[in-house]
Design a protein around this ligand. Structure first.
Ligand SMILES: *Cc1c(COP(=O)(O)O)cnc(C)c1O
Length: 387
């Protein structure tokens, strides 16, 4: 998609470290997903990609730099702190804080050119006062609650708040947005949310109030609700190549793989207990491989005795309890050597382990698996598109 020579320069190609455990971040796959999603929207529709929580565990800076090169219009973060990290790394694209900030923390918005969400008069007034003192104008996006029940001005009261903020001379309402509570589960509820939001926009338009950026669609919205695109979409998960639910008709490529290497191999007899509490006891003589990763890295402990791993192109299972820094795998009679590469998420040979599969085994959602991967795991980039 992008041919510029500069783009092929590794962004974060520092060494892995002395522990051979790393997350491989495929930036070509990221571009593939970004362009796939762009194909689903009209040419005039802008795209904000959410990079909160360290870009869903993929690495805030390396992901954001690549998205900036791809032409992303906005980056979405959860806090001022995440916004500052982006600015300090030299990211220039507009940044929207999707969460709220305290009145005491307004100054960094000016210093780092960050846009915040607002959903009440009190914060809006404080922003206006600060902007006035600094003789500046500040962009804000108004968050409307149409059924999520989280932050946001209730759609009943939103009209009044917008009018109020219009009277604040130092604020510019650049955007207005809402968020879906059920996009993956309940079509009727979601369509009602879109309707409520649309009615508000209509009421504002009737009063001659036209807000430049209108957005609602998370990943599910982008894929399943064309009527939710307005003039900006706000996907996260699909950009990382992950699916918000099963059987969606779009070809995404997972961006993250999680890899390690066998650090110890031993042969044990039948009846041998493995790990804390001996939850696993070998039925036959077996080869037990130890891997240097654990729940201290965000590899979920409730995957004990469940998680699949790929060694020598074959699927095996974690055996015994997952420890803080180590896990064990029973490979039966397969010959494995110290230093053999092991895949915990991703492809090896013809086999693959997906984030979605681990999430399902761990009784959670794909989001939590990738966000949970800790900072102890280095993120290493590569650029060759695969699937
Ligand atoms: C995280 C987030 C998104 C993106 O959601 P996905 O399901 O990852 O696409 C969109 N909007 C808001 C307000 C968010 O917090």
């Amino acid at each position: 998609m992008l041919k510029n020579a500069k783009l092929n320069m590794p962004i974060n190609n520092h060494r892995i470290g002395y522990r051979p455990t790393w997350a491989q971040i495929n930036l070509a796959n990221l571009e593939h997903n970004f362009s796939r999603i762009k194909k689903l929207i009209s040419a005039r529709t802008k795209i904000l990609v959410t990079v909160k929580a360290d870009a869903y565990g993929h690495g805030l800076i390396l992901i954001s730099r690549r998205l900036e090169l791809c032409g992303v219009d906005f980056l979405g973060v959860a806090s001022i702190d995440e916004g500052i990290k982006l600015r300090e790394a030299g990211i220039k694209v507009p940044i929207l804080i999707l969460g709220l900030i305290l009145k005491s923390d307004i100054l960094p918005l000016f210093k780092y050119n960050l846009t915040t969400s607002v959903c009440d008069e009190e914060l809006s007034r404080a922003l206006n006062r600060k902007a006035s003192l600094l003789r500046k104008k500040l962009n804000v996006h108004i968050k409307v609650d149409t059924g999520m029940g989280r932050i946001g001005i209730s759609h009943y009261d939103a009209y009044r708040l917008v009018k109020k903020i219009c009277s604040f001379k130092h604020l510019n309402i650049e955007g207005i947005f809402t968020h879906f509570a059920f996009a993956d589960l309940d079509k009727k509820f979601t369509i009602n949310q879109i309707d409520l939001f649309g009615k508000l926009l209509q009421k504002l338009a009737n009063q001659g109030i036209k807000i430049p950026l209108v957005h609602a669609a998370n990943s599910m919205g982008v894929l399943d609700y064309k009527g939710s695109h307005f003039n900006m979409i706000r996907p996260g998960l699909v950009i990382y190549g992950l699916y918000p639910k099963e059987s969606l008709a779009i070809n995404l490529k997972p961006v993250l793989s999680l890899k390690t290497k066998a650090i110890f191999v031993k042969r044990v007899p039948a009846g041998f207990g493995i790990s804390y509490g001996h939850d696993y006891i070998t039925k036959k003589p077996a080869t037990i491989v130890t891997l240097p990763i654990g729940y201290g890295d965000g590899y979920p402990r409730n995957l004990s005795n469940k998680a699949p791993v790929l060694i020598r192109g074959r699927r095996f299972k974690v055996c015994g309890r997952i420890c803080m820094d180590q896990i064990m795998v029973d490979v039966g009679n397969t010959s494995v050597r110290v230093g053999d590469e092991v895949v915990l998420i991703g492809k090896q040979g013809r086999n693959r382990i997906t984030v979605e599969e681990l999430a399902s085994l761990s009784n959670t959602i794909p989001y939590e698996i990738v966000c949970g991967l800790g900072s102890r795991i280095p993120r290493i980039t590569n650029f060759k598109e695969d699937d």
